[in-house]
Design a protein around this ligand. Structure first.
Ligand code: ZN
Length: 595
C-alpha cells in the first residue's frame, strides 16, 4: 500500500486580527481516536514556550460531521471517534515578532512550523504536504522558504509562489520557516550552492550587493572548513537553497538556526546603505550573526548531541554539551569573519578581548560550570533575572573561550600541525557522514576522546578544569605562547558603583548589582530607582556619570533611592573604574592564530 501523506494548509486570512487558518487532513486516522499535538518548544531555543496557547479555535470533522475534541494535556487534542479521513481546522494567533514564533499583519506573514502545525500522533515519520494559500490580503506577496516545492503535485508551488510544498516528515516540516511578503532579496552562490538573503521591514537604500558579497565569503569559508576537498554545502541533503530570512527592526538582534535556513532579527542601523563607503559600526555584529547561524548548519543541525537525537518536543531535553554546540559556534562565528577577510586582524583580536572581559566580569563563573549551565539552560540561562551575572556562566561566551583555549592548546602541542578545525571535521565525519553514528548523536562524555582521536592531544585535564570545573581558561599563557599579550586595561578615570542600570522616561533604575562591588557593599539593590547622588538629581546615565566624575575611588557618596515607594539613603564607597577591559596585542611578531 502506498504511504499516504499528511496534508496541511495555511491561509493568512485576518491581518488586523493576526490570524492564520490552518487545516490538517489525515487520510487514515486511528478509528478509536486520533491525538494531535503542538511542540512545547522550538529546537535551538531551550525554553518551554507552550505555543499551543495561541490556538484560538479548533474543530474536527470526519465524513462531513463534527466530531468531539478533548484536550488531554497542555499541548494535545484528541479527536474521537474517526469514522473516515479526519480534517482538523484551527486558527492561530500570530503576533510574536521574534525569530521563534509567528507574525502576521498588513505588511507580511512569517511563521515557524512549531507555532502553527499540529503533529499527528504516531504519524510523525509520514511525508507532509503543505499548501500555502493566498488570500485577498496577500496580493503581490511572494513566498520565501527553504522548504522544497512539491514537484509532481498538481498544485505544486512554483519558486516563490503560493501552492504546495513538501517535507519528508514532520520534523522537516517544522524546520523550514516561511516568510511571505514583498521583501528586498539578493542571491549569491557559494561553491556552486544557491543562497538567498531576504530582508523584511523598512530598510531604505539597503546595500544588498555589499551584504551578499560579505556573506558569500563567510559561507564559502565555512564550506571549505568542513569539506576542504569536495566543497559541498551541507544543506543540499534537504533543500537546493539556503535562505537567510531577516526581519529588520529599530533595535532587534537575534537568530535561530535551521537545517537549510535561518531566521534573523537585526537593527536597521547595523545594515549598510548604498552610496556610503563605510559600513556602520554594528555591521560586524550582523555579519557575526550570519556567520553564527550558518555554522549551526553543521554544528547542532547535523552534528547533534545524543540528547537531541531525536528531539522530544513535549518536554525539556537536557544536555551538558551546549558549550560545544553554542560555544564552539560562537568561537567560529568570529574566526570565520577574519579567515574570510570580512574583518581584519585587529578587529578580530578586539572581538576576542571583549568576550574575555564579558566572561571575567561575572561572579557567576565561580559558581557554575559551563556543563551545568548547558544542562540548566531551560530554567536558568533562558530565564535570566537581575541576579544572573552573579549566579550564571554563559555557555556561549565561556564556551567560545574554551574553544579558543582548546584551539591554542592543540596548535601548540602539535607545532601547528593540528587545530580545532580537525576536531570539527572529525565530528562531521563521525556524527553526520557516518550515518550509523549520526543516528546516535554525540554522547555526553565523547568530547575528550574525540579531540584526542582528531589531534593526538590529551585534553582530559583541560576539560576537567575549564568545562567540568570553574577555572578561568588560562588565555594569558596560551596567547603568550602564540606571540600575543593579553592585558587588562584601565576603563577610564570615572569611579564605579559596580552596577548595571536601566534608563527610561527620565528614570534610572539599578538593573544588576555586581557581587562584591561598591553598591553591594553599600546596600543598594536591583530595582532601586536612583533619585540623587550627593543631593543632585539623577535622570539618566549621563547625569549619573557626571555625578561620579567629580569623585575618586574610595570616596563615600550619598545615594537617595526609592525602593518600591519608600525613600532610602545609602552611602556606598566608590570602587575603581570599571568594568575591567582587556586588549590583545602582538608581542614581537605574533603568529596568526586563525589560519
Ligand atoms: Zn547559536
Amino acid at each position: 500500500m502506498k504511504k499516504e501523506s499528511i496534508h496541511y494548509s495555511l491561509t493568512p486570512f485576518d491581518p488586523a486580527g493576526h490570524l492564520f487558518k490552518v487545516r490538517v487532513s489525515i487520510p487514515r486516522p486511528r478509528a478509536r481516536g486520533q491525538a494531535l499535538s503542538l511542540p512545547a518548544w522550538i529546537p535551538g531555543s531551550y525554553l518551554i514556550r507552550d505555543f499551543s496557547r495561541q490556538i484560538i479555535t479548533i474543530r474536527a470533522r470526519s465524513r462531513n460531521s463534527d466530531i468531539t475534541i478533548t484536550k488531554t494535556d497542555s499541548h494535545t487534542w484528541l479527536c474521537a471517534p474517526c469514522a473516515g479521513p479526519l480534517h482538523v481546522e484551527y486558527t492561530v494567533y500570530a503576533w510574536d515578532l521574534s525569530v521563534r514564533g509567528a507574525h502576521f499583519d498588513q505588511s507580511h506573514a512569517f511563521f515557524n512550523g512549531a507555532s502553527v502545525f499540529l503533529g499527528v500522533d504516531g504519524r510523525t515519520a509520514d511525508r507532509c504536504l503543505l499548501e500555502i494559500c493566498p488570500s485577498p490580503h496577500t496580493r503581490d506577496w511572494k513566498v520565501y522558504t527553504s522548504l522544497p516545492e512539491a514537484i509532481g503535485h498538481r498544485r505544486a508551488a512554483r519558486r516563490h509562489g503560493f501552492g504546495v510544498y513538501a517535507a519528508p516528515n514532520y520534523d522537516a516540516l517544522l524546520d523550514h520557516p516561511v516568510e511571505i511578503g514583498t521583501p528586498q532579496v539578493v542571491r549569491f552562490r557559494a561553491h556552486g550552492a544557491e543562497h538567498e538573503m531576504v530582508f523584511t521591514g523598512q530598510a531604505p537604500r539597503l546595500d544588498l550587493r555589499r551584504i551578499a558579497a560579505d556573506a558569500q565569503r563567510i559561507c564559502a569559508a565555512q564550506i571549505e572548513l568542513f569539506d576542504p576537498h569536495g566543497k559541498r554545502a551541507p544543506f543540499l541533503d534537504s533543500s537546493e537553497r539556503y535562505v537567510f530570512l531577516t526581519m529588520v527592526t529599530g533595535d532587534g538582534y537575534g537568530g535561530l538556526e535551521h537545517r537549510a535556513s535561518t531566521a534573523l532579527m537585526t537593527s536597521r542601523r547595523d545594515l549598510p546603505a548604498q552610496g556610503r563607503a563605510a559600513a556602520p559600526e554594528g555591521y560586524q555584529s550582523f555579519l557575526g550573526l550570519v556567520s553564527h547561524e550558518y555554522f549551526h548548519t553543521w554544528n547542532v543541525k547535523r552534528i547533534k548531541p545524543a540528547a537531541f537525537t531525536p528531539y522530544d518536543l513535549s518536554r525539556p531535553n537536557h544536555t551538558r554539551l551546549l558549550w560545544v554546540f553554542e560555544g564552539f559556534t560562537s568561537y567560529y562565528d568570529d574566526l570565520m569573519l577574519v579567515r574570510s577577510g570580512v574583518i581584519d586582524t585587529p578587529a578580530y583580536l578586539t572581538r576576542i578581548a571583549k568576550t574575555i572581559g564579558a566572561v571575567r566580569r561575572g561572579a557567576g563563573r565561580r559558581k557554575q560550570t559551563v556543563a551545568e549551565s548547558s544542562f540548566d539552560a531551560w530554567t536558568r540561562y533562558y530565564r535570566q533575572d537581575e541576579n544572573s551575572p552573579n549566579a550564571l556562566v554563559s555557555y556561549y561566551t565561556k564556551g567560545s573561550l574554551i574553544a579558543l583555549g582548546l584551539d591554542l592548546t592543540i596548535r601548540q602541542a602539535t607545532r601547528g600541525r593540528r587545530s580545532l578545525d580537525d576536531v570539527m571535521r572529525l565530528l562531521w565525519r563521525r556524527f553526520y557522514l557516518n550515518r550509523g553514528a549520526a543516528a546516535r548523536g554525540v554522547g555526553e562524555d565523547d568530547m575528550a576522546p574525540l579531540i584526542q582521536a582528531a589531534t593526538g592531544v590529551d585534553v582530559a585535564d583541560f576539560i576537567a578544569r575549564y568545562v567540568e570545573g570553574r577555572d578561568d581558561v588560562p588565555l594569558e599563557a596560551l596567547l603568550a605562547a602564540q606571540g600575543f599579550v593579553l592585558r587588562r586595561q584601565a576603563a577610564g578615570a570615572r569611579p564605579s558603583l559596580d552596577i548595571r542600570t536601566r534608563c527610561a522616561n527620565n528614570e534610572t533604575r539599578v538593573a544588576t548589582v555586581y557581587e562584591g562591588g561598591s553598591a553591594h557593599r553599600g546596600g543598594l539593590s536591583a530595582g532601586d530607582m536612583l533619585l540623587a547622588v550627593d543631593g543632585l538629581r539623577i535622570t539618566d546615565q549621563a547625569s549619573l556619570d557626571q555625578a561620579l566624575d567629580r569623585h575618586l575611588p574610595g570616596d563615600e557618596v550619598s545615594v537617595h533611592v526609592f525602593r518600591r515607594d519608600e525613600l532610602r539613603v545609602f552611602t556606598p564607597t566608590l570602587a575603581e573604574p570599571g568594568p575591567v577591559e582587556y586588549a590583545i596585542e602582538p608581542a614581537g611578531g605574533g603568529r596568526e592564530v586563525y589560519r
